[in-house]
Design a protein around this ligand. Structure first.
Ligand code: ADP
Ligand code: ZN
Length: 725
């Protein structure tokens, strides 16, 4: 047969048929270049009979241009692409694109030119040149990479190249990675840990699909424990994927990994340089024997890499909502990782101290094997939790820390111990208004207030990234010196601590201050060296960090996450606060947690105070059952958006008119989304609630496919949504 069906990487086109050129032969999964009009397009040879195609007669088919010299995508990965597209109602091409995410991986030269400092000095020094030279010490990369690192334009760097201050060097792209040694530094596991590790090692040896949930309290040593099955996979010469929620975490993780295995793992995340991305992609596809890509640590997108021989997947901090992608293909990496393990026929391990209700439900109903670690490693005690009722213990006006928390902070400072204050709000103040006329600073592109960031002297929108300098005068009434900051962000809490304890060394820890791996590493080193007394941080510090000298955690506002109509608000609040509380007292000294709240009676707050996780889960499970919410029913969201408010509203109304009437599917809406304006687009939303038995995806596809939307209207489908804005 000369005819082949190609999944072309163009979501608008769908699969297309081509014919093989003279002497060409292909197998499914092969990456090819095909002609398309006057251009070419990348595509993947698909299995016969699995994709609908066109009926163009064979004589009219155009021949494939060429085969890209990378290993064909394996069958399990092709099934995963199909499943993901089907489940999340996304175009196949969009999912396939995530697999071939590294365009440069598919060919091109085997060496590239990178640049680094030569040690020379420029004839004429400018401030920008000086900045660049200082920032590039020890760095190497393409001009674009270096421009990103140094924060100067590529033009400035090219100038330095011309003067010989920056020199080109030729680098082999596909150089191998250092080898991890499974037995490099084997820890002594506690009996509990050994039991769990043993089960997982057996599962890796068995080479079969097996989902596990490690349900282990904070500080129980989940990482040490799952390193054992990782070691086993390495011994077997297979690959391992460890998914982590955020880059900030990886620095800490990398150190521990190197201590255990003697070499760094392969990393995969959004801030990789393009050459590193290409190198990793090719090494992962070539397999552990050829290129030493044994263990890959990555953010959610690492799930779609073309592993040559995957033997185990670990999803650490599996409850984290950042595993859910919120644009493009809106997949949940936690759930897709279980599917990938199923297609690959390998074990998958979800690890968490506060598992998602869905995961716990799967474990309790026997679908996942639950492995428990119920005590902290090395005899460390779980911290004591106390509530501070803000309706009784009122902070001073314009202040947010109540007397009991201040007293504990003081005690820690005197004892030379560290404290962490948690508030999930970046910046200085969430709202700025004019004292004179009441004008509030709003984002012109979004239904959101501008957040003042005092460290960077900016008003910023946390939704679209807009930033402006705070004006001298109110744009509404023209009055000067009249702007007031309302409410606290972490920067303001840090100021409050500094005012209370001028001698304390305070650090703000957010994505603004720890945004790059290098800065995160520096922060960790400083805390570990005892150079910081009080950390004021957002959810970034709730996970993964292990600071033995940290003995006090203060939750500034436990009620913050409970406001608004988010269906998962209680669960999120519970896990966030339990995780941040878990940072206290992980070493020899016992820890204490103070939770400031205006609602000490709320179920979730009471459960936190009593350390009664089971009670919280039980109550939340019942609430979900009553509401037909996951895991008992299913949710989906449909968002229609347009730059034109009327166009969006009318499209939503028309779609609403044809809503399917199904017994087991309820469709609410359309209604303006809570974020009615986002990045300049007006948004209308449907919320769909379905019974488990319903054919949710099929119904939604049928409904949406029957509609022609105006070109200005974008339709987003979100299956199992985590965002309700
Ligand atoms: P978790 O992820 O469960 O919160 P960690 O994996 O961060 O816990 O472990 C907590 C601390 O205990 C870490 O510093 C870790 O290195 C240490 N630890 C855990 N298990 C062991 C072990 N078997 N041997 C030595 N140190 C361990
Ligand atoms: Zn905005």
């Amino acid at each position: 047969m000369n005819r082949v069906r190609i999944l072309v990487l163009n979501a608008a086109l769908g699969p297309l048929d081509y014919r093989l050129a003279e002497g060409m032969s292909v197998v499914p999964g092969q990456v090819v270049i095909a002609p398309l009009g006057p251009r070419t397009v990348t595509g993947i040879v698909w299995d016969e009979g699995r994709l609908p195609g066109n009926e163009v007669p064979e004589s009219k088919l155009r021949p494939l241009r060429e085969i890209v010299p990378v290993p064909p995508l394996a069958g399990p990965l092709r099934r995963l692409i199909e499943w993901t597209a089907d489940y999340y109602c996304a175009p196949l091409a969009s999912v396939a694109r995530m697999v071939l995410s590294s365009g440069g991986a598919l060919g091109g030269p085997t060496t590239i030119t990178e640049y680094r400092l030569s040690g020379g000095t420029p004839e004429r020094m400018t401030p920008q040149r000086a900045t660049a030279i200082e920032a590039l010490e020890g760095e190497q990369g393409t001009i674009r990479d270096l421009s990103g690192i140094a924060g100067v334009s590529e033009g400035v760097l090219r100038g330095l190249v011309n003067q010989g201050v920056i020199e080109p060097i030729s680098v082999a792209i596909d150089r191998p990675y250092p080898r991890a040694d499974a037995d490099y530094n084997q820890p002594d596991l506690s009996p509990d840990q050994a039991l769990v590790a043993g089960r997982l090692v057996d599962a890796v040896k068995a080479r079969e699909f097996a989902p596990f949930l490690i349900d282990g309290v904070t500080g129980s040593g989940k990482t040490e424990t799952y390193f054992e099955p990782v070691a086993e996979a390495i011994r077997m010469g297979r690959q391992v994927l460890v998914l982590l929620p955020e880059i900030a975490l990886t620095e800490n993780f990398l150190t521990r990994f190197e201590q255990r295995f003697g070499a760094a793992p392969v990393q995969w995340h959004s801030s990789l340089k393009s050459t590193e991305r290409r190198r990793a992609w090719r090494a992962i596809a070539a397999g552990p024997a050829k290129s030493d890509a044994q263990v890959i640590v990555g953010a959610r997108s690492a799930l779609f890499l073309p592993y040559a021989d995957l033997g185990l997947i670990v999803v650490d901090e599996a409850h984290e909502i950042s595993f859910k992608q919120d644009d493009g293909v809106r997949y949940n990496a936690r759930d897709v990782s279980v599917m990938r393990a199923r297609f690959e026929d390998i074990p998958v391990v979800l690890a968490s101290a506060t598992p998602a209700l869905e995961s716990l439900h799967m474990a309790n109903s026997g679908v996942y094997t639950k492995l428990e670690l119920s005590s902290r490693f090395g005899g460390a005690q779980l911290p004591e939790v106390r509530l501070v009722d803000l309706t009784i213990e009122k902070p001073a006006s314009g202040r947010w820390l109540a007397a009991p928390l201040i007293a504990q902070l003081e005690a820690r400072l005197e004892a030379g111990e560290q404290s962490l204050l948690f508030l999930n709000r970046r910046g200085y103040a969430p709202l700025t208004l004019c004292r004179n006329c009441g004008h509030r600073f709003k984002c012109p592109n979004c239904s959101a207030w501008l957040v003042e960031h005092r460290l960077s002297a900016r008003l910023a929108c946390h939704h679209c990234g807009l930033e402006t300098a705070p004006p001298e005068a109110c744009p509404e009434c023209g009055e000067t010196d009249c702007l007031v900051a309302c409410g606290p962000g972490v920067e303001r809490i840090a100021d409050e601590v500094a005012a209370l304890f001028p001698e304390a060394r305070v650090a703000v820890a957010t994505s603004d201050t720890l945004g790059t791996p290098a800065r995160a590493a520096e922060f960790l080193a400083q805390v570990q060296a005892g150079a910081i007394d009080v950390i004021v941080g957002t959810q970034l510090v709730t996970k993964g960090f292990h600071f033995p000298e940290l003995t006090l955690v203060g939750v500034v506002d436990a009620d913050l996450g409970l406001e608004g109509g988010d269906l998962r608000a209680a669960e999120r609040t519970y896990s966030q606060i339990a995780q941040v509380a878990g940072r206290a007292g992980r070493g020899a000294k016992p820890g204490e947690v103070l939770i400031q709240t205006r609602h000490p009676e709320a179920d979730v707050i009471a459960a936190l105070a009593n350390g009664d996780r089971d009670a919280f889960y039980a109550a939340e499970t019942e609430a979900r059952r009553d509401a037909g919410a996951p895991p008992f029913g299913r949710w989906a969201a449909i968002i229609l958006s347009s730059e034109d408010e009327r166009e969006a509203r009318e499209a939503a109304a028309r779609l609403g008119d044809t809503r399917p009437r199904a017994e087991d599917i309820y469709i609410l809406g359309p209604a303006p989304a809570p974020l009615a304006l986002l990045r300049g687009r007006y948004r209308y939303r449907f919320l769909v609630n379905a019974r488990r038995s319903a054919n949710l995806q099929g119904t939604l596809r049928g409904w949406l496919d029957a509609h022609d939307f105006a070109p200005g209207v974008r339709v987003g489908v979100d299956i199992d949504p985590y965002s309700f804005v």
